[in-house]
Design a binder for this molecule. Structure first.
Ligand code: IPM
Ligand code: MG
Length: 360
């Protein structure tokens, strides 16, 4: 199979983790007889440095023409005035939001799975971890507070800022359908998370999700308020299969879910549109403090590349091979510093990539 992949290394640790993911993809190509053609484009702070904007029209167009996008991370220290002393729509993160919107990537899938080898790194007590957990957070990615009208004004000499949270029924329906489709391939349970005791957008969310659920009689649907969900994630994570939620709640809950897997460096993600096209990126940020030191964990990006093989290219066997290679290196006791525990061998970013690639 021939695939055109746009890579966006981005900022901070982005380039080093994307390099390792490409190393693993190259090994997949070689082993299974595929050709992956890469085109690298800039986004985030590096694009601001080169072109004055976090995402150029050309970069977006290149992504649009590709079969899939592999992204590292964007952004720097907010104290870095070079990138942050400008209007919000010119900052690195604005590039990320623009590419999500520009490619209509409304469905963000973030799996949170506890490897038994990493149980030590999980901050929860053993009795709470129980048999472990394996959930998928399905986060709506192109609506809600992130994309609603916003402004800051002065009213009677007092500064006032407004952000708007809007969803229409179609936006809710399409993400709900994705969540139920995924649930059908898993344990057939959807927990839809909202704040229906307060927000109109959540009440509409609930109504539309219930309508969609009628088409999936085998899937058990439950609703959960977002504050309760935040609590349940650390009280009984094993109860979750597919968590369906809006943009902002999903942002917060996915960080929480990632932390209980032991390290945010393990969490992959896929952002999909209506077709097979997707952008794949680790759930973590650019970690500028550790950039260039070989300390970054490339596993989240490598697992994101596996999601790309599965969701955009239908290469299930190859995706399985990547996931089991990751499992193998963990079982054999290799660890990057963020997941290091006693008796294991500490390795740097590039070595972790080598070890995984060798096992494919
Ligand atoms: C994420 C990140 C982004 C988000 C930031 C960098 C804008 O936190 O992908 O979760 O809030 O969506
Ligand atoms: Mg986030």
């Amino acid at each position: 199979m021939e695939c055109r992949i746009v890579t966006i290394p981005g900022d901070g640790i982005g380039p080093e983790i994307v390099r390792e993911a490409c190393k693993v993809l190259d090994k997949v190509a070689q082993t299974y007889g595929h050709s992956f053609h890469y085109q690298e484009v800039l986004m985030g702070g590096c694009s601001i440095d080169a072109y004055g904007v976090p995402l150029t029209e050309e970069a977006l167009e290149a992504a649009r023409r590709s079969d899939a996008v592999l992204l590292g991370a964007v952004g720097g220290n907010v104290g870095n005035s070079r990138w942050y002393d400008v209007a919000p729509d010119l900052r690195p993160e604005a590039g990320l939001l623009a590419i999500r919107k520009g490619l209509n990537l409304f469905a963000n899938i973030r799996p949170a799975y506890l490897y038994k080898e990493l149980a030590e790194a999980c901050p929860l007590k053993k009795e709470i971890i129980g048999e472990g957990f394996d959930m998928v957070i399905m986060r709506e990615l192109t609506g809600g507070l992130y994309f609603g009208e916003r402004h800051t004004e002065e009213v009677d000499g007092i500064l006032q800022a407004t952000d708007t949270l809007t969803y229409n029924e179609n936006e809710i329906r399409r993400i709900a359908v994705k969540a139920f489709d995924i649930a059908m391939k898993r344990r057939k349970r959807v927990i839809s998370v909202d704040k229906a005791n307060v927000l109109d957008s959540s009440r509409l969310w609930r109504k539309v999700v219930e309508e969609v659920a009628k088409d999936y009689p085998e899937v058990k649907l439950e609703h959960m308020l977002v504050d309760n969900c935040a609590m349940q994630l650390v009280m009984d994570p094993g109860q979750f299969d597919v968590v369906l939620t809006e943009n902002m709640f999903g942002d917060i809950l996915s960080d929480e879910a990632s932390m209980i897997t032991g390290s945010i460096g393990m969490l992959s993600s896929a952002s999909l549109n209506e077709s097979k096209f997707g952008m794949y990126e680790p759930s973590h940020g650019s970690a500028p403090d550790i950039a260039g030191k070989g300390l970054a964990n490339p596993i989240a990006t490598i697992l994101s590349a596996a999601m790309m093989l599965r969701y955009s290219f239908d290469l299930d066997k190859e995706a399985d091979a990547v996931e089991s290679a990751v499992q193998k290196v963990l079982t054999e006791g290799y660890r990057t510093p963020d997941i290091m525990s006693e008796g294991c061998e500490k390795v740097d970013t590039a070595r972790m990539g080598d070890l995984i690639a060798e096992r494919i």
